[in-house]
Ligand binder design. Sequence first.
Ligand code: ADP
Ligand code: ZN
Length: 543
Amino acid sequence: MPPATLARPCALQVLRSVFGYDSFRGQQQAIIQQVIDGRDVLVLMPTGGGKSLCYQIPALVKDGVGVVISPLIALMQDQVSALHQLGVKAAFLNSTLSLEQVRDIERQLLNGELDLLYIAPERLSNSRTQALFGRCNIALFAIDEAHCVSQWGHDFRADYLLLSVLHEQFPQVPRIALTATADERTRQEIITRLALENAQVFISGFDRPNIRYRIVQKDNARQQLLSFICAEHAGDTGIVYCLSRKKVEDTAEWLRQKGIRALPYHAGMSHELRQKNQHQFLMEDGLIIVATIAFGMGIDKPNVRFVAHLDLPKSVESYYQETGRAGRDGLPANAWMAYGLQDVLTLRQMLASSNADEAHKRIEYHKLDAMLALCETVGCRRHALLAYFGDAQGSASVAGSRTPGATDDLSAGCGNCDTCLEPVETWDGSIAAQQALSCIYRTGQRFGVTYLIDVLLGKNDERIRQFGHDRQSTFAIGKALDEKQWRSVFRQLVAKSLVEVDFEGHGSLKLTDACRPVLRGEQTLMLRKDAQIAKTKKERYEK
Ligand code: ADP
Ligand code: ZN
């Protein structure tokens, strides 16, 4: 009998008898089958999606031991104890063990007594380990947290580069690489560095249908946050993310003054206070934690009803991960963010002035650009988010039922994000953009947004007269828009990279090559109509 027909009931039996679950989730079964059949796979699934079973079950179904490479010692220990509770013969090899314990595990391994062996990546370079593997029957290699092999990601571990030896030394052993990070670049890098060119790639489960995504334009963000909480989340548990420690402190204090139960959390606080606040957040309901990104690793509170961002995250991955802490219980939850021009400028400047090397900076710029594109999209936010992760299944489940091979109707939208619920209007911003770009150019590409807007509005200002910019052709040319509207235009120009920020020039704006077609009137530029922008004035610009 071919293994495919034999193995299927076995995997299901193991799922039921060992793990006590009725059925597979998402693509688990297909993934498990591939591994049982001896093929390599790459699995991209968010945290909590059920990756572990994808290698645990094949390891139990197949002869031999499943070797799991995992970088996190604490998680390794947790998994092994959980497996012991289920009666699975599992062990780990890492630096916490005594030589005696190591010997004991090696003995069990050689006697074929283990179904699963968790091992830290650095041990693979060890000749002792390699000799050991050569002498036992290995069912599969599972490479957990596979994105650690990627320099494009933020968790790079040099030890992971050693993992290519697995394939060279044991070409007949199937490999399953798993990660919750799924952007295209990371994926490509995993495939290349681990020699997984022949692996089938499974991307799934990134959709969180109960989370409603909303990104509003900043206009006194703190007040906007308060209104949002009062209107929709009075007495709810939530997380508010801020970029700086000071803003965390200030925002928590301000919310408390407004009668809202809020606690701060950031890495600058004492360990005791952080632990205390985190503990209180986990144990009590109806508490809001205001935090930097230091908060959240391993936080698994099911009834977080909202995650709010007062500052823009650096990447779509961060946004996804942070908003993903809302609604773990599957009930409706909100991901709310206030975003404005200053966010773009601040993050671009932070990047520009960081000590990272050029290649790394370019990567970070790309990530930020993708995040900005998500903020500025006029289409469905969920589709944009899932498209970033390449999650075809997710977008299909959003669009409705899916038959294999059917094309998804992406135009339908998810119906549970701001742009779906209240479609964004756009306007022809070509002329406004030309005026803004000319203004930057004519004032010598040496000024920041506030000054440029003053020139466009023809403000009576000493500094403008000193520079002689009141005699420039762009002076007072932009009176058809008000200040807020101009900020919206500049924000979108920066977000679309038609304009860049010169951090050495204290945030002065410069033209990029990409702006030329717009400046020359060869390209129409459609802009978002931000909710706060009054219609009347802008309509004068529309053709
Ligand atoms: P990941 O490694 O992707 O973060 P886990 O493997 O830890 O996720 O799984 C998350 C949770 O989902 C675990 O509690 C696991 O037992 C549960 N789970 C996984 N697969 C199934 C399934 N088919 N049916 C029910 N529960 C499942
Ligand atoms: Zn939508």
